[in-house]
Design a protein around this ligand. Structure first.
Ligand code: NDP
Length: 333
């Protein structure tokens, strides 16, 4: 299948170009807002066509799908244009700047009969899928709580719009809390109902938060504790799921690589849990391709992207106002 890249981004360079090619597909073109950046990027990555015009991709009937990894404020318009041109879309998170915008995207994809997927890579990992399997198999009984540890150090080469530009969708909440919202929904199979939160700006950037802590209530009564940051070089990442019959400790698993360890602790003792070490992004592309072929859903659908955004924006509003927020899924269709 032939793809167009919309966005000359780091994530495409580091993971997605390799994943698309590893799936056996072809990257036919790249579009940037800058002609010179598009050309440099195309040369560097051996992509045959480059442009600063979206039409390069949209008017090429041989291009079946697009991967959108521009800055966040561009996702909506680029996705709507691609869907209107009949392309299947794999779009980066957060799907959009507001829930209403994201709903527009998911609805148009449904109306046009194309696949819209959200690139939530963590649910594609062997580790997260193994944790979900343990929960579903009842190995820890009824889930009481989930703790998400996702405080990392933003590498210097990414310390641009993410920490300086609210209009481009900067801030740790649209960047990482949105992933954690997807992790909670994926693992527990239910949607957060309401959130309380605090956030902070340590001075790393300007105008956006660089740390957030929040507590989410789930329909089952389970509670979720979520911590995200750009400023923690040594914190490590992970998650814990605690149930009436056991606990799961997954350390180092909120990553882009298939790394980390999982332990299951029950009355019978502590056991290491094996998981598949497959590439997370290749799995996402593989699931997307299956959906394009009519075989099921992508790993994370457009509606999953709507829901994760709804939770993240509720966290930000709760932190801004100091008031508990009911997550607004009404607009999520
Ligand atoms: P980058 O900052 O690398 O790229 C984003 C955009 O910034 C590019 O599309 C490009 O615009 C512009 N840009 C890139 N380099 C330069 C430069 N040297 N000078 C000026 N502009 C430049 O962002 P990321 O790759 O980190 O993130 C892109 C998207 O992917 C975001 O939506 C982010 O949330 C998401 N993401 C998802 C991850 C995941 O695991 N699912 C991980 C990391 C990011 P143009 O295309 O117009 O040239």
């Amino acid at each position: 299948m032939r793809w167009g890249l919309i966005g000359a981004s780091t994530i495409a360079s580091q993971h997605m170009i390799g994943a698309i090619r590893a799936a056996g597909d072809v990257i036919a073109a790249v579009v940037s807002t800058s002609m010179s950046r598009a050309q440099d990027y195309a040369t560097h990555h051996d992509i045959p066509a480059a442009s600063d015009q979206l039409d390069l991709v949209l008017e090429d009937a041989s291009i079946v799908a697009v991967y959108i990894s521009s800055t966040n404020e561009k996702h909506r318009a680029q996705t709507l244009a691609a869907i209107a041109a009949g392309k299947h879309v794999l779009c980066e998170k957060p799907l959009a700047m507001t829930v209403v915008e994201a709903v527009d995207m998911a609805r148009l994809a449904e109306a046009e009969g194309v696949v819209l997927a959200t690139n939530h890579h963590l649910r594609c990992s062997g580790s997260h899928r193994a944790v979900r399997d343990l929960i579903r198999a009842g190995r820890i009984g009824r889930v009481l709580s989930l703790r998400l540890f996702h405080a990392v150090h933003l590498p210097p080469h990414l310390q641009g719009w993410r920490i300086n530009d609210p209009a481009a969708g900067g801030g740790v909440i649209p960047d990482i809390t949105v992933h954690d919202a997807d992790v909670a929904r994926f693992l527990l199979g239910e949607d957060p109902v309401a959130v309380v939160a605090q956030m902070g700006a340590s001075g790393l950037g300007q105008g956006v938060e660089d740390s957030a802590m929040s507590v989410w209530s789930m329909p089952s009564g389970a509670m979720v504790l979520s911590h995200e940051s750009f400023t923690h070089p040594f914190a490590g990442s992970g998650l814990e799921v605690h149930g009436t019959e056991g606990s799961i400790f997954a350390t180092g698993v909120m990553m882009q690589l298939p790394v980390g360890e999982i332990a299951l602790v029950t009355a019978a003792g502590r056991t290491a849990v094996p998981f598949s070490p497959h590439d997370l992004y290749l799995q996402g592309v593989t699931d997307f391709l299956a959906a394009v072929e009519g075989k099921g859903q992508p790993a994370a659908t457009g509606w999953d992207g709507v829901a994760s955004l709804a939770v993240a924006l509720a966290v930000r509003k709760a932190a801004r106002t100091g008031i508990r927020q009911v997550v607004d899924y009404e607009r999520a269709g």
